[in-house]
Design a protein around this ligand. Structure first.
Ligand SMILES: Cc1cc2nc3c(=O)[nH]c(=O)nc-3n(C[C@H](O)[C@H](O)[C@H](O)COP(=O)(O)OP(=O)(O)OC[C@H]3O[C@@H](n4cnc5c(N)ncnc54)[C@H](O)[C@@H]3O)c2cc1C
Ligand code: FES
Length: 258
């Protein structure tokens, strides 16, 4: 795995992924060697870079995707990029997900813009496990559901939940995950989304599944130097503060001090 290089990457495609959500496809041989769950740190006007996970990784054609919601000035600027523009990117950064154990049932649970790194994981590893992974994706409302069709193109029908019931099951991802865990032993659950969602996934999975949680914490440098991203974790040596950008963004559920 190549890691953390400063790269200039051309935008080769741009799609409107959902209301207020854009996906850019970049060409980069180095980024296309990334592991799902790793991220790119992208220079936008101003001081800070913006971290975005890889939404797809196609190493055979040196392409990667970045799917993001427009929430502020950095993502607005990114959403205005078009084919031929070049981005200044540090990456791939972070640890990424481990490959799933092919002998164990696997569920991927994503909320909002937490779905893209899980799609990259399923795209890379779904053929490894005997049964197709269970995919549960949630959003606030129908217009914000992302990557549903991408999963369908892999031959997997995701369970969709929306907070307002405008698409799929009304509610959040916890109910279908709980049901799935009731019917699967020694499972593995990969998740990414808002902190309350990750807390619910961790709580439901405790003692029943190995859980990997990808955190989308606010960041500064992205390379381990500024400590803006630390989170309290617990391990063999008790409490420790760990950097989401370099020790994560993927942590095992039992490591989190929530
Ligand atoms: C490892 C990692 C991976 C990420 N992957 C994705 C991704 O795949 N797609 C995506 O859409 N976003 C992702 N994010 C979040 C993304 O980095 C932020 O939305 C972005 O930096 C906001 O920049 P901005 O200038 O547009 O908004 P700002 O002006 O910086 O902020 C606008 C609003 O968004 C809030 N905000 C900013 N950053 C975050 C954050 N990290 N978490 C929660 N709220 C935030 C601010 O509090 C503020 O209310 C990821 C973050 C991390 C750390
Ligand atoms: S963002 Fe600077 S140490 Fe993590």
């Amino acid at each position: 795995m190549e890691e953390g290089k400063r790269l200039t990457c051309p935008v080769v495609a741009r799609t409107q992924a959902a209301e207020g959500h854009v996906e850019l496809i970049l060409q980069s041989r180095a980024l296309a060697r990334a592991v799902p769950g790793q991220f790119a740190h992208i220079l936008t006007p101003g001081v800070l870079r913006r971290p975005i996970s890889f939404s797809r990784i196609e190493s055979e054609n040196d392409l990667i995707g970045l799917l993001f919601q427009v929430v502020g000035s950095g993502t607005r600027w990114l959403a205005e990029r078009s084919i031929g523009n070049e981005l200044d990117v540090l990456g791939p950064l972070g640890n990424g997900f481990p490959a799933p154990d092919p002998m164990k049932p696997w569920a991927a649970v994503g909320g909002g813009v937490g779905v893209p790194p899980l799609f990259a994981a399923v795209q890379k590893w779904s053929h490894l496990t005997g049964d197709r992974p269970e995919i549960i994706i949630g959003a606030r409302t129908a217009g914000w559901v992302v990557m549903e069709n991408d999963f369908k193109e892999l031959g997997i029908e995701p369970i969709v939940t929306t907070d307002d019931g405008s698409k799929g099951q009304k509610g959040n991802v916890a109910d279908p995950l709980s049901l799935w865990l009731d019917n699967h032993n020694e499972a593995q659950v990969y998740a990414c989304g808002p902190i309350p969602m990750l807390q619910a996934v961790r709580r439901l999975s405790a003692g029943r599944a190995t859980t990997y949680l990808a955190l989308e914490q606010r960041m500064g440098c992205g390379i381990g130097a500024c400590l803006a991203c630390v989170v309290p974790t617990v391990g063999d040596f008790g409490l420790s503060y760990r950097r989401v950008c370099t020790d994560g963004p993927v942590f095992r559920g039992e490591e989190m001090m929530w």
